[in-house]
Structure formats: structure tokens, C-alpha cells
Design a protein around this ligand. Structure first.
Ligand code: ZN
Length: 215
């Protein structure tokens, strides 16, 4: 399986990608996760990326393309991959198509998780992250709890800067402007599968499995 997963911030890309990863035993390559890890470890890339990400803007193409190329050519991706958060611009998409050609990959599927902006703002401002393990929860999942359900850390929940409303509106705007042209670019280069993402996680997953013929 060679999949690129698309959706505005908050549409559930990470969650659906993790479910697909277990189901199809492929690598989940998340630009956001790779970048946040670099920020945390304060690598040169991380320091550069941090200032840009805090404003809700996109990290420059040459930084992202380099990271993604390494991840695609890693042996972990031999059995297939799910790209999450990349490509976000037409130049990134063009670079990616070149990499696919070099790697003889010609069966790419685009999975689009479709959702309306207001619903996404609602969902995202109600998210909390654990500063120890990085896992993200809905407010309802952690309200009144002091321990992280995932790693057990105490009082570790916080609202990520990129989950605040003005930043979210900006991210949605950036998404609309830059990602839609990417979908158009791929229209004649990959199979496109669209799913309504504003439903419970298991319902979305079921439809994804059916449409990708994973049973
Ligand atoms: Zn945790």
C-alpha cells in the first residue's frame, strides 16, 4: 500500500493513519511528528522549524522534502507507507512524484478525509496534548484526570500553541490555499478516495477499509 492521507488539521489524519498502519503493516510517515521530534531535540532543523510552526505557517519545501525522502527510502517503508502531512504544496508534490518514479512506485492512492472548518475549530480547540509522551486527547477524555492515560505522567496536559483558535483559523486558511492545488495536481496521477471525516473514528475507519478494499 502506497497511501497519501489528506485532510485539514483536526480531520483525524493521525488517528486513521495509525489504524491503517496496524491493519496493513506499513510505515506511518508523519511530517508533523518528525518535525516536533526535531523541535524537542533542538536539532538545527528543529530550531528553524519551531519559529515557523508556532505561527501556524508551513515549513519550507527544501527542509521537508529532504526529511521525507529519507523516510521513504528507509527499510521500514519497504512494505509500503502512509504519508501524513506531506505533500502540502505543489512543488512538494512534484518532488514527491519524482521520488516515486525513482522508486518505481506507480500505485499511489490519495485518501481525503473531508470536513467543514467550523467543526474542525470546535474539535481542535478541545484537544489537549501530554507533554511527556506527545499523545493527543480530546478534552472530554482527560477532563478531571491528572494522569495521562497513555504514559501515566502526572499533570502533563497542555494546549499546544498550534491548537489555539486564531492559529487554527490560520492553519485552515493555509490548508485551503496550498493543499487544494495539491489535490488537483494528483487528480490524474493517483486514485482519489474521499471519506466524510466528521463521524466517530470507527465509522470513518470502516468506510476507509471498505474503500481501500482492506476488508
Ligand atoms: Zn503521556
Amino acid at each position: 500500500m502506497h497511501l497519501i492521507i489528506f485532510g485539514a488539521p483536526g480531520a483525524g489524519k493521525g488517528t486513521q493513519a495509525e489504524l491503517l498502519k496496524s491493519k496493513a503493516a506499513v510505515a506511518h510517515i508523519s511530517t508533523g511528528e518528525i518535525l516536533r521530534d526535531a523541535v524537542k531535540r533542538e536539532t538545527p532543523l528543529g530550531v528553524k522549524a519551531k519559529a515557523i510552526m508556532e505561527k501556524g505557517e508551513l515549513v519550507p519545501d527544501e527542509l521537508v522534502v529532504g526529511i521525507m525522502k529519507d523516510a521513504l527510502q528507509d527499510p521500514k517503508s519497504d512494505n509500503g507507507f502512509i504519508l501524513d502531512g506531506f505533500p502540502r504544496t505543489v512543488p512538494q508534490a512534484e518532488s514527491l512524484v519524482e521520488v516515486f518514479k525513482e522508486m518505481n512506485i506507480d500505485d499511489v492512492v490519495l485518501l481525503v478525509l473531508d470536513a467543514k472548518d467550523d467543526a474542525l475549530v470546535d474539535r481542535l480547540t478541545n484537544r489537549r496534548a501530554c507533554k511527556e509522551c506527545g499523545k493527543i486527547f480530546s478534552l472530554a477524555e482527560v477532563e478531571g484526570k491528572s494522569e495521562c492515560p497513555s504514559c501515566g505522567a502526572k499533570n502533563s496536559f497542555y494546549q499546544r500553541d498550534d491548537d489555539k483558535e486564531d492559529v487554527i483559523r490560520n492553519r485552515l486558511e493555509v490548508y485551503r490555499k496550498s493543499t487544494k492545488p495539491v489535490l488537483d495536481y494528483f487528480a490524474d496521477k493517483a486514485d482519489v478516495v474521499t471519506v466524510d471525516a466528521m463521524r466517530p473514528i470507527d465509522e470513518v475507519a470502516k468506510e476507509v477499509n471498505e474503500k481501500l478494499k482492506l476488508g
